[in-house]
Design a protein. Structure first.
Length: 612
């Protein structure tokens, strides 16, 4: 007896989570370690540590004490329902961060499978469901795609979170078109939207709205005329809206801050090309899966910002697209890609026209990230084309071929790291080309067995390309270990530093937390936080006699002798110097004090006057 649709979706979620965790274990992840690194260590983990410490009520973590009134934490970061759940369950910061990573991957896999099955139903005119082996392959191709690996490898989980509202919308619009909307899908979509819009992923939320909207519209148009605005469509729109309204009280202050004059990246000044523009070589290098093809001619160590690997699935997407099926999705995706390239490469006057038409785009640097809504959809569309080509009665030989393919794929994920990148890439391209040829030339039964047996190993090669983008040689330290040892050592010598109004400086810090080490250790500093208020950047600019760009998000004021005034005014009592195997603490000249009251109030016209 076939499972009810909602139970089928629950099976997809359960299997997907198991496959994701087992795959991470196969790639060498050790339970207890944080998956998120680099920006994840410096920004996400200290931020979430404070959110979790505040408890389930997100309003308890509104500010971080600092210079000129400190930083409004929710104004730039918000609090996701996932974090509130972690606080209610008493989860550690590391566990919560890993849960967020797995949630992002599970959501990408789930909505991809919903999209695949919906397209299958639209193309065939009958309900279409992936088998167990095909679902595993879809999880590997969609949750472990190399473009996702770049983001997770550098701690950009927030950008993937920001994609979830678009991915959920696209999947539900397709599901409504195919009559596949289930209660499970509605709940998961609402939860994904709530987490996506209330976190740190504002940039990709905007990109999803702007560059993903055409794809969502096409997903509606694909429905038969009588179903375009049917009851399932209304249910889908209601669920997506409910997800956004659920977190509206915390999103509204974020939007207000972003539109105000105290945000470092407000709409008042463009930062879109403040870092670097893309080039045609970046997009050419984004075709292969392997990270060895990525160019890094911009700023050191930023290949992930200009490389969006599509890989050999592109062959299957175009070669296996069902004959007679609408090509609106592919054509629309192509138009979106062209617009993104024009914007990212700063091709005037077309890029200027795009920015003039959509002013919010000016507030985000690295505009090449706008390709992400299309890039994360490519594996799902390719698998949908693959399933259309494998339509054949299930028999014993087909099940045997599926099992063989999955076993080979699993062995590749565990043992394939020893294989050089370029040969893996060549095998994947030849394999996808051979599958496309087979699907077009061979009989249906043989075609089904060949595709099922061969695509799983190709998916495994994609997982290995994903793993290429996960750093394995960086210093790794969970926030509960090193930072807490630093805190204990500081408080043992300077007990008064337990108060956030008594501050210490940790100049010349070590990875993985670097300038955020004191923040991660819950010690007061004057260095600010990532994405500080504009008044803080303006004051530091005035003190160092240099105009800092509005995108500056790393501050290490403790080593600068010009900032002794801040040390005195903000009660910095000690400096701590961290080395690889030890540390030392130096007491500073006694400052004014932790609490003082002004005898006179003078209004300064600008930051330069304050500095003077």
């Amino acid at each position: 007896m076939a499972a009810r649709p909602s139970l089928h979706d629950l099976r997809i979620l359960g299997e997907g989570l198991v496959v994701i965790v087992l795959t991470w274990l196969a790639l060498g992840w050790v339970p207890g370690d944080a998956i998120s690194q680099i920006d994840g260590s410096q920004l996400v983990m200290p931020y979430l540590r404070g959110s979790l410490a505040a408890g389930p009520d997100w309003t308890h973590y509104l500010y971080r004490v600092g210079v000129l009134g400190g930083s409004e934490m929710h104004a730039f970061g918000g609090t996701m329902p996932l974090v509130q759940m972690g606080a209610a369950l008493g989860l550690s910061t590391t566990t919560t961060v890993n849960a967020i990573t797995w949630f992002v991957q599970l959501a990408l896999a789930y909505f991809s499978i919903v999209s695949i099955e919906s397209l299958g139903a639209l193309w065939s005119g009958a309900p279409a469901r992936l088998g167990a082996a095909a679902r595993i392959v879809a999880v590997w191709l969609c949750a472990f795609s190399p473009v996702v690996g770049w983001r997770l490898g550098v701690g950009h989980d927030n950008l993937l979170l920001g994609l979830l509202p678009f991915v959920a919308t696209f999947a539900l619009m397709l599901a409504a078109s195919a009559g596949r909307v289930t209660a499970t899908a509605l709940v998961v979509a609402a939860f994904a939207v709530a987490n996506g819009v209330s976190g740190l992923g504002a940039q990709t939320v905007v990109y999803g709205v702007i560059f993903g909207a055409p794809l969502a519209v096409v997903a509606i148009v694909l429905a038969p005329r009588g179903m375009r605005w049917s009851r399932p469509r209304g249910q889908a729109i209601a669920a997506l809206t409910a997800g956004a309204l659920l977190v509206l009280p915390r999103v509204a202050p974020m939007a207000s801050h972003a539109l105000g004059d105290d945000a470092t990246r407000s709409l008042g000044a463009s930062v879109v090309y403040s870092w670097s523009t893309s080039a045609w070589t970046d997009w050419l290098a984004s075709i292969p899966w392997t990270a060895a093809a990525a160019t890094d001619a911009h700023v050191g160590g930023t290949a992930h910002e200009f490389n969006f690997p599509l890989g050999p699935l592109a062959i299957m997407l175009f070669a296996l697209w069902p004959r007679g099926a609408s090509k609106k999705l592919i054509v629309t995706a192509g138009v979106v890609v062209v617009l993104v390239i024009l914007l990212a490469d700063h091709v005037s006057p077309l890029s200027d026209a795009i920015l003039a038409a959509v002013p919010p785009l000016r507030a985000f640097r690295v505009p090449s990230r706008a390709i992400l809504p299309v890039a994360v959809l490519l594996p799902a569309l390719a698998v949908a084309a693959w399933t259309a080509a494998t339509a054949a009665p299930t028999d014993t030989r087909l099940a045997r071929a599926s099992a063989v393919g999955i076993l080979i794929a699993g062995a590749l994920i565990v043992l394939g790291h020893a294989l050089p990148a370029w040969p893996r890439e060549a095998v994947a391209w030849l394999g996808c080309g051979a599958l496309a040829w087979c699907a077009l030339r061979r009989p249906a039964a043989f075609r089904a067995r060949a595709l099922v047996a061969a695509l799983a190993p190709i998916a495994a090669l994609g997982v290995l390309a994903f793993d290429e983008r996960i750093p394995h040689q960086l210093p790794l330290d969970t926030i509960e270990h090193g930072p807490q040892r630093v805190r204990a050592a500081v408080l043992a010598q300077v007990p008064e530093a337990a108060s956030p109004l008594v501050r210490v400086q940790l100049p010349h810090t070590q990875p993985p937390f670097l300038v955020s080490t004191a923040w991660a250790a819950d010690l007061g500093t004057t260095d600010g936080v990532f994405y500080p208020p504009r008044r803080f950047v303006q004051l530091v600019s005035a003190l160092v006699h240099e105009d800092l760009p509005p995108t500056t998000c790393n501050f290490d004021l403790g080593h600068d002798p010009q900032l002794l005034a801040i040390q005195q005014l903000y009660d910095v009592v000690a400096q701590g110097f961290l080395h690889r195997d030890h540390g030392e603490i130096t007491l500073l000249p006694k400052p004014v004090g932790a609490a003082w009251f002004p005898a006179e109030l003078v209004r300064a016209p600008d930051a330069a006057a304050i500095a003077a």
